[in-house]
Design a binder for this molecule. Sequence first.
Ligand SMILES: [Cu+2]
Length: 459
Amino acid sequence: MLAMTLLTLLSWALAATTAQAATQTISKTFGPIKIGGYEVRQENSIGVPTPGVDGYITDMRVNVVDKRGKPLPISRVMLHHVVFLNAGSPARPRTDKTCSQFTLWDSRSRLPALAERFYAAGEERAEMRLPAGYGYPVARDDTWFLVWMLMNHRQLPDQAYIKYDMTVETADPLQEVTPYWLDVNNCLVDPIYNIPGGGRPGALDRRSAEWTIPTAGRLVAGTGHVHGGGRDLTVTEPTCGDREIARFQPTWGQATHPFYNVRPILHEPGPINVTAMTSPTGVPLAANSKLRLTSTYDGVLPHTRVMGISVVYVAPDPTVTEPCGALPLDVSYSGRPPGRPTPPRFTVPLTGIDPDSGRAITIQAPPGRRVALRSGATVKIKGFNFSKRNIVLRRGSRLRWDFDDDGTIHNVTLASGPIGFGSENLDRGSFTQRFSKAGTYRIFCALHPVAMTESVVVR
Ligand SMILES: [Cu+2]
């Protein structure tokens, strides 16, 4: 009897060793990416290294590093966000599960979604972490793409690499998961929206979107991405009494955190973490279940160019046939580091270049005289500049921006002021905003935040 037990233990130990040998940690690096001084650079990249093996990714992390692989501090380069897409292999092409086409950076060009968004991270450095026994399938000859945005916080040109570490199971087959990209402003390469603010104390801004999950399965993991001012993301089932099946909560850095202290401040700082959910049993989803994502932000202050995204991983399971089946008891959440549970009040300053030192400094308004304009007046965007940089308007006036800068994409974004707004990224066309509240509106191009600033005083 004892001998039998020992033998069993021995064979288990051997099995564990074999399994371990088949679990590889694979690190890949994309780059170098060159970024000019104070530049915000975004791109869709091809030629992205893949794990190069047949297997299953069970967890994945990403960071921005120097050429030696050392993480770059935010005082140099910030990884604003990065999205990984997998087109699959010739034998098994993969397409996005919630979009049939993507709208590109210019807010105009569209591409068929011939690749699947399967993992993403922002300032919060979200990780893919699947429960034991589950994996995201990859093949030796997969083709990957990246969508990324990096910001250089220094005056000097810099160079960065995007490094991603993956745990890949290459021997034993795992239960496959399918990633579903839930995004309240879905199918855009830059899925931003703007929160006007101005609500009474405690006011919240909520946006929702719904999807139908065609295949029966179990939702076993997920996480989310919000920007400055985000309260939380919830995933609910609208056809099951809108019961909540996941809630992703951001944690905000203390006032001393680099996010709030590194200069220049080129956008409202994001969270330092967002919780991630796992459940080995999984939330049962019968075929054609509906999922609703709700993105909740503070509605008191303006928040511009925010996002509300969740990626959830569903393991196909044809045995799930009952709609609104019992919720699992093994749901757990990770990622509540020390910090602030609600987004701090934050005002994004305007930044300019000090003519003597060439360094970025906080400015109240761009240089130049202030001109009074009538409603309907036009500001031209040309040569990385707003043609009128200091403006006075009467309350209720409209201002129009005309985009025509030799193919360069810009936007018009509120940094601080009474109403939050932001244009699409445009290389042509126009954007109009009505100024219904008096006050000082500090405006910039979020892609060229140091070069392109504007101040509009509304009386
Ligand atoms: Cu610009």
